[in-house]
Design a protein around this ligand. Structure first.
Ligand code: NI
Length: 196
């Protein structure tokens, strides 16, 4: 296993359409996936797509930990919002709702930045594991977001291309100040509506 170099926005490998993997159980695929996992964990990312490590194949890995699940209520809901470390080869996404929600995203290929990106809130996805098994899951919230973000990489799309307001593309170092300001604005609004 090895930590691989991560391609950054502007490199052609991030703009192309990645190729389907003919044999998901091939040893080369296992080796690439092992490197991707090591690279993602080292870089502290929630997901990684093969083109980001200069391998133009339809492979993504991701995790959606419980602490990022947001306001999930019952157990089924929570499961939809979280996912263990998952490897998907030749993934497909089915969008189950026209409803979108904005949320903050970052990308290891766009270091130092954060952007508010609208994404479908409810999806189903399927793909093959390196063991040759089929995974099919329904995903909502952060789980749905990370899968859409990673699968976009396979079609040459980076999250800024999905944004509808580039004033919401900000430096990570400013994110805390911006969130604090937002929180304050929300509080002020709540006070106003409470007063009514
Ligand atoms: Ni990314």
């Amino acid at each position: 296993m090895a930590i691989r170099k991560i391609a950054r926005m502007g490199h052609p490998v991030l703009k192309g359409i990645a190729k389907p993997v003919p044999d998901p159980t091939a040893p080369e695929v296992k080796a690439l996936v092992a490197d991707m996992i090591e690279t993602m964990i080292d870089a502290n990312g929630a997901g990684l797509a093969a083109p980001q490590v200069y391998a133009p194949w339809r492979i993504v890995i991701f995790q959606a930990p419980a602490e990022r699940a947001g306001e999930a209520v019952d157990e089924a809901e929570i499961f939809d919002h979280t996912a263990p470390l998952t490897v998907l080869i030749n993934p497909e996404i089915e969008i189950l709702t026209a409803e979108t929600e904005k949320g903050w995203e970052g990308c290891l290929s766009v270091p130092g930045l954060r952007g508010a990106v609208p994404r479908a809130t409810d999806i189903r996805y399927r793909g093959t594991t390196p063991e040759g098994e089929t995974i099919e899951r329904r995903a909502r919230g952060f789980h749905a977001r990370v899968v859409q973000h990673e699968c976009d990489h396979l079609d040459g799309i980076l999250y800024p291309q999905r944004m509808d307001d580039l004033s919401e593309l900000i430096f990570e170092s400013e994110a805390r100040a911006m969130l604090a300001a937002q929180l304050e604005a929300n509080e002020a609004e709540k006070e106003t509506s409470d007063a009514r």
